[in-house]
Design a binder for this molecule. Structure first.
Ligand code: AKG
Ligand code: MN
Length: 198
């Protein structure tokens, strides 16, 4: 059976030590292009700086944090912006597709091929044990790289325009993930990671 035979259903991707599932296209009454345009226009995008190994760096992407609670990572405390109508609509569709509730969302904007996200796990204490994280992507597809912390097994998944990736189980405990820079010229991508802050 092809992935596209089951619209509306998350398809499990079998990996060890964690759960991963992909929905190639989240159904919404708006087009992917319209959602991307609104996310780009309506978000107060910021270039945040973070401290890595004692040195302050600008993150190689733009971000915005929405939701009901503040969030701290890499020494950076993010105060939440209030939910917008669009983000509430996206959240409702994501919750319906996943069967999980989310109370916050981190938006990441990759402006071009030079923007990236280093390998990390979403394992902050405020996400609780075995967090469920839903990652919704719009715009240019980028390759999502997962690397097992012990055996270094690597999984590469292209995250296409309109796709929804669900990470759960022990995935954050055992795997790192990130988005590499590319040598090919690439257009804008916005990724929304829905989370539940305990
Ligand atoms: O852009 C992506 O697909 C990954 C985002 C991510 O890992 C995060 O926000 O923690
Ligand atoms: Mn992450």
């Amino acid at each position: 059976m092809d992935l596209f035979d089951t619209p509306g259903t998350l398809v499990p991707i079998p990996i060890m030590d964690g759960e991963l599932a992909l929905l190639p296209q989240l159904a919404l009454p708006l087009s992917n292009a319209a959602i991307l345009a609104r996310l780009l226009a309506e978000t107060p995008w910021r270039a945040e700086s973070v401290v890595v190994y004692g040195k302050r760096h600008l993150q190689p992407r733009l971000t915005a944090w929405y939701g009901d609670a503040s969030y701290t990572y890499s020494g950076l405390r993010l105060e939440p912006l209030p939910w917008t109508a669009l983000l509430l609509e996206l959240r409702a569709a994501v919750e319906a597709a996943c069967g999980h509730r989310f109370n916050s969302v981190l938006l990441n904007r990759y402006r071009n091929e030079r923007d990236s996200m280093g390998m990390h796990s979403d394992d902050e204490a405020e996400l609780g044990d075995d967090p469920v994280i839903a990652s919704l992507s719009y715009g240019t597809a980028r390759t999502f790289v997962l690397r097992h912390k012990n055996n270094k097994q690597t999984v590469r998944l292209p995250l296409e325009d309109g796709s929804l990736l669900l990470m759960s189980g022990q995935l954050q405990k055992h795997w790192l993930h990130g988005i590499n820079k590319s040598t090919r010229s690439l257009g804008e991508r916005v990724n929304c990671t829905f989370r539940y802050i305990v």
